[in-house]
Design a protein around this ligand. Structure first.
Ligand code: IPM
Ligand code: MG
Length: 365
């Protein structure tokens, strides 16, 4: 198969971790006889430096012309970087929000899985995660508070700021369908998270999700309020299979889910539209404090490349090979710093940097 991939290395650790994901994709291509072309484009802070804006039409067009996009991370230190002196719509994050909207990437999949080898990195008590957990958060990505009308105005001698949480039935329906389709291939449980005891948008969310659920009699639907979900995630994470939620709740809950999985450096994500096209990126950020040191964990980006093989190219065997290679390096005791046990107990483990981790995973494809 020919794969036409655009990559957006971005800022901070982005270029380092994307290089390792490319290495692994090239290993997959060599082993299974595929042909990959990569084209790099700028977005985020590096695009501000080059063109004065975080997202150019050229980058959008390049992404639209590709089969899939492999992204690293964007942004810098919000207290020291000059990018954060710019107005909000000119900052690096505006590039990320802009590309999501421009490409119609409404469904954001964020798996959270506890590798048995990393159980020591999980901050939860061992009896809580004795049976592990394996969930995927499906976050609506192009609606809600992130994209509703906003303003800051002067009223009665003070500033008043407004953000608006807007959802239409069709926006809810299309992401719910994704969630049920995915649940059907997993343990067949969808937990839909909302705040229906307070918000109109959540009451609409609940009704539309129930309508979609009627078409999936083999999948169980549970509704959960977002505060209760935040609590249950740390009380009993094993109960979740597919968690479906709106943009802002999903932003918060997916960070919580990633933390209990041990490290943000382990969690992949896929952002999909109605077609096979997707943007694949690690769930973590640009980590400016460790950028350029060669110590960032590339696993989340490599797993995201695996999701690309699965969701965009329908190459399940190849995607399984990526997942298996990651499991194997962990089983072989190879660790980046973020997933080393904190208590100093790691005598049988080998600590490696970003590039070596990529080499080891590529070698196991
Ligand atoms: C994420 C990030 C982004 C978001 C930021 C960087 C705009 O936190 O992908 O979760 O809030 O969606
Ligand atoms: Mg976030």
């Amino acid at each position: 198969m020919k794969m036409n991939i655009v990559s957006i290395p971005g800022d901070g650790i982005g270029p380092e971790i994307v290089a390792e994901a490319k290495k692994v994709l090239n290993a997959v291509a060599a082993k299974y006889g595929h042909e990959i072309t990569f084209k790099d484009v700028l977005m985020g802070g590096c695009s501000i430096d080059a063109y004065g804006e975080p997202l150019t039409q050229e980058t959008i067009d390049a992404c639209k012309a590709a089969d899939a996009v492999l992204m690293g991370s964007i942004g810098g230190d919000t207290t020291t970087s000059p990018w954060y002196k710019l107005p909000p719509e000119k900052r690096p994050e505006a590039g990320l929000l802009g590309i999501r909207k421009a490409l119609g990437l409404f469904a954001n999949l964020r798996p959270a899985y506890l590798y048995p080898e990393l159980a020591a990195a999980c901050p939860l008590r061992s009896d809580i995660v004795a049976n592990g957990f394996d969930m995927v958060m499906i976050r609506e990505l192009t609606g809600g508070l992130y994209f509703g009308p906003r303003s800051t105005v002067e009223r009665d001698g003070q500033q008043v700021a407004t953000d608006t949480l807007v959802y239409s039935e069709s926006e809810i329906r299309r992401v719910a369908i994704r969630a049920f389709d995915i649940a059907r291939k997993r343990r067949k449980l969808v937990t839909s998270v909302d705040k229906a005891n307070v918000l109109d948008s959540s009451r609409l969310w609940r009704r539309v999700v129930e309508e979609v659920a009627a078409g999936y009699p083999d999948v169980t639907l549970k509704h959960q309020l977002v505060d209760s979900c935040a609590m249950e995630l740390v009380r009993d994470p094993g109960q979740f299979d597919v968690v479906l939620t709106e943009n802002m709740f999903g932003d918060i809950l997916s960070d919580e889910a990633s933390m209990i999985a041990g490290s943000l450096g382990m969690l992949s994500s896929a952002s999909l539209n109605e077609t096979k096209f997707g943007l694949y990126e690690p769930s973590g950020g640009s980590a400016p404090d460790i950028a350029g040191k060669g110590i960032a964990n590339p696993i989340a980006t490599i797993l995201s490349a695996g999701m690309m093989l699965r969701y965009t190219f329908d190459l399940d065997k190849e995607a399984d090979a990526v997942d298996a290679a990651v499991k194997q390096v962990l089983a072989d005791g190879i660790r980046t710093g973020d997933i080393m046990p904190k208590d100093g107990d790691g005598a049988d483990l080998r600590r490696v940097g970003t590039a070596e981790m990529g080499d080891e995973i590529a070698a196991r494809i």
